[in-house]
Ligand binder design. Structure first.
Ligand SMILES: Cc1cc2nc3c(=O)[nH]c(=O)nc-3n(C[C@H](O)[C@H](O)[C@H](O)COP(=O)(O)OP(=O)(O)OC[C@H]3O[C@@H](n4cnc5c(N)ncnc54)[C@H](O)[C@@H]3O)c2cc1C
Length: 458
């Protein structure tokens, strides 16, 4: 199918409202790209449902008409996850954006999928609670569930998967199911909730979710730790985790990225390999002890400075700078797209992976910023470049391939948090072996016509 017939357009328009279905060029173009270099084809239209019932009607109709559906959140993915790979309908969930309930006594919230992470945290914050997974970007909860997003605080608090208790999902044929429950734990049958978390919109559309929340920590301690070598910093990461200090964030930054951050944000940080750390605690005294121990561990690994006691305002600026690292890199390379490596390995092998990544970047002769959510063993290399320039881009791709292959050989994964999308499909067989076939069988069982976000994961 290359376009909708007039009859099909009328049917879709009738299922929603005139301002919630568009075949206009600008709307179609806006739903063709995520944050990655992957380019989609223009969808045949974009539809904005408001309820589970509408999603159900639209999916049932698309199933019958054999129209592919591409669920869409905030479009901040980094692997082409929501990007249309074939002419089909983009289902934009951003108008289903209500926090339906916050139940502070249960530490839970019920949300629609288009709620933005920051909006949820504003609501939860009124009760002294928050939803910890934090990808930096102001993503939708639906997109975070579909990608199993995580971020700087995952080292202490876990990924999105750890916060989803219950889901309402509309299956490709339009059937509505509920998975999980509101009890804090359950051993009841197959864990379908976790099947849908991380399924990248390939099995159905999430239309509401019950999420776990947690208490906002009362005291913070942030530290910037500097090293001569990135490798020493990565050794300190493994030691900090092994020492049971329970950091709430542990981020590794290289000198070339700090230089860009300084230039853009005027933070005046020493331009050497560094760790940004944060600890959460119940009292300043407890945190002081943690800080002293962390300093000792870092110094044993060759730290040249350990600056703690960062003020609240400074802390905000540091984390904002870290969150915006990918955008800062792109702004420093105007006109470029980027490819982001997202491998993860067991924490003890993190130093080895960092050395390997630096070596590969040098050997392939590309511009690469090696950093990551170090406390999770998660390594990123952001490589700006022009995908149209096949000669140079082949080296960018080679860096990604070599690092992913090594990570998988070391018992790790091709993606710690960004998902498979389009970019990581080719690594699935190496990582999962025969389990990849089982995943495919599950996909075929739930979506036999391959209409839900086709061309992703498989
Ligand atoms: C600057 C920057 C930094 C980032 N840093 C991180 C990071 O640290 N950690 C991290 O994990 N990610 C990071 N990301 C990636 C991105 O923010 C996350 O993957 C996020 O979860 C995407 O959410 P979204 O709302 O933008 O979803 P989209 O990109 O729109 O979609 C993501 C996937 O979800 C599917 N989907 C969307 N809504 C639904 C629904 N209701 N039901 C079923 N499927 C649905 C889509 O089809 C797609 O497969 C970063 C992105 C940027 C731009």
């Amino acid at each position: 199918m290359n376009d909708l017939t007039q009859e099909q357009r009328s049917a879709l328009a009738q299922m929603t409202a005139p301002d919630r279905f568009s075949t206009g060029d600008s709307n179609r173009d806006l739903h063709r790209f995520d944050f990655s270099h992957h380019r989609g084809v223009p969808p045949v239209g974009v539809i904005w449902p408001l309820s589970t019932e509408e999603v159900s009607r639209i999916l049932a109709w698309c199933y019958e008409q054999e129209v592919a559906v591409f669920p869409w959140g905030a479009g901040t993915s980094i692997e082409g996850n929501p990007v249309p790979t074939a002419p089909g309908l983009v289902m934009d969930l951003t108008r289903m954006d209500k926090v339906l309930a916050v139940r502070p006594q249960d530490l839970q919230a019920d949300v629609q999928p288009g709620v933005l992470r920051r909006s949820l945290n504003r609501e939860a914050g009124r009760h002294g609670l928050f939803f910890p997974p934090d990808p930096g970007a102001d993503a939708t909860i639906g997109g975070m569930i579909a990608n199993n997003a995580s971020g700087v605080r995952t080292v202490k608090y876990g990924a999105t998967r750890d916060y989803v208790l219950r889901l309402t999902v509309v299956l490709p044929q339009g059937k509505v199911i509920h998975t999980g429950c509101r009890a804090p734990k359950s051993s009841s049958g197959y864990d379908l909730t976790r099947l849908f978390v991380g399924s990248e919109g390939t099995l159905g559309v999430v239309t509401d979710a019950t999420l776990r929340l947690t208490g906002i920590p009362s005291h913070h301690l942030s530290a910037v730790v500097t090293f001569k070598e990135l490798h020493d910093a990565s050794k300190a990461v493994a030691m900090l985790i092994a020492s049971g200090l329970d950091p709430a964030a542990l981020e590794l930054l290289p000198a070339n990225l700090i230089a860009l951050i300084n230039r853009e944000k005027e933070l005046g940080l020493p331009e050497v390999p560094s760790l940004f750390c944060e600890f959460h605690g119940v009292s300043p005294a407890a945190l002081e002890e943690t800080g002293a121990l962390a300093k000792e561990v870092c110094e044993d690994c060759g730290a040249t400075d350990f600056k703690s006691g960062v003020s609240s305002a400074e802390r905000q600026r540091l984390w904002q700078a870290r969150h915006e690292a990918a955008e800062t890199i792109l702004r420093a390379h105007p006109g470029d797209k980027s490819l982001t490596v997202d491998a993860a390995v067991p924490i003890s092998l993190y130093p080895e992976m960092i050395l390997f990544a630096q070596q590969v970047v040098a050997e392939e002769g590309v511009v690469g910023y090696v950093f990551g959510h170090a406390g999770d063993g998660n390594l990123h290399v952001v490589m700006p470049g022009n995908p149209e320039d096949a000669g140079t881009w082949s080296h960018v791709e080679a860096v990604n391939t070599r690092i992913v292959k090594r990570a998988v050989e070391l018992g790790g994964t091709c993606t710690g948090e960004h998902g498979i999308g389009i970019g990581k499909r080719r690594f699935m067989r190496q990582e999962h072996g025969d389990s990849y076939d089982l995943m495919h069988q599950i996909k075929q069982l739930i979506d036999p016509k391959n209409l839900m976000n086709p061309g992703k994961i498989f």
